[in-house]
Design a protein around this ligand. Structure first.
Ligand SMILES: Nc1ncnc2c1ncn2[C@@H]1O[C@H](COP(=O)(O)OP(=O)(O)O)[C@@H](O)[C@H]1O
Ligand SMILES: [Mg+2]
Length: 220
């Protein structure tokens, strides 16, 4: 069973004459433990594809199947609330701008979503992951006290805390300098591999893309 399978997926925006198809008959299969880099110019549909895979937006046509808990879930047949429930359990999402909660500490940023998902028992593992990511002495710090690279490693720990089958990252190093970019990419690929999760990373960085098992180039 694949972790992610898209078959003939189409997605467009706008009504009537203004309608534009952004994703046209797109197919992709990602196995558990495999990593894929999505490359292509701005506007080629990288974020749209990640949002489709996360169930944040519905497909217009085609099928999109996520593997979770030994079962296949066809997102194209689920309504919004079912997609949301599946996303909470099966997907971890890393954003370009980290999106940490500024009023919570590092450990709280990771523990809160676990508590909300009734997965408070996983906090010790999440704490170990933060330590493995070099943040052991930053657990009580607030996001604004951290460098961009540190904030993104916290965001990775948060995205992986519920041990999702699918990890999606949208230009995770787009806001970082070369050194922090390396650190963050290394952390993301290593932790996803350790969990056996499928990883899809949208990126403009050749250095990040080279870490992936496969590169998929989108054209505009
Ligand atoms: N919610 C939306 N409404 C209208 N147009 C959108 C929406 N989301 C994305 N688009 C359009 O779809 C195209 C692809 O965008 P996007 O997926 O963000 O590309 P990328 O991430 O590769 O830069 C762009 O032309 C963008 O303007
Ligand atoms: Mg984008």
């Amino acid at each position: 069973m694949s972790a992610i399978r898209l078959n003939g997926v189409c997605k467009g925006f706008g009504d009537g004459a203004r309608h534009r198809r952004v994703i046209d008959d797109f197919s992709l299969e990602v196995a558990a433990g495999e990593s894929v880099a999505l490359c292509g110019p701005s506007g080629s549909g990288k974020s749209t594809l990640l949002n489709l895979m996360a169930g944040l937006v519905p497909v217009d046509a085609g099928t999109l199947i996520l593997g979770h808990d030994g079962r296949s879930h066809d997102l194209s047949r689920l309504g919004e609330s079912e997609r949301t429930a599946l996303r909470r359990r099966a997907v971890g999402y890393v954003f370009q701008f980290f999106n940490l909660v500024p009023t919570l500490t590092v450990l709280e940023n990771v523990a809160l979503p676990l508590a909300l998902n009734r997965l408070g028992q996983r906090v010790p593992e999440a704490r170990q992951r933060l330590e493995a990511l070099g943040l052991g002495d930053r657990l009580d710090a607030y996001p604004e006290m951290l460098s961009g690279g540190e904030q993104q490693r916290v965001a990775i720990a948060r995205a992986l805390a519920h041990e999702p089958a699918i990890v999606l990252a949208d230009e995770p190093t787009g806001n970082l300098d070369a050194r922090h970019s390396e650190e963050v990419a290394q952390a993301l690929f290593a932790e996803a591999r350790r969990l056996g999760s499928a990883l899809v990373v949208a990126t403009h960085s050749a250095a990040v893309a080279e870490r992936a098992d496969r590169i998929v180039e989108l054209v505009q």
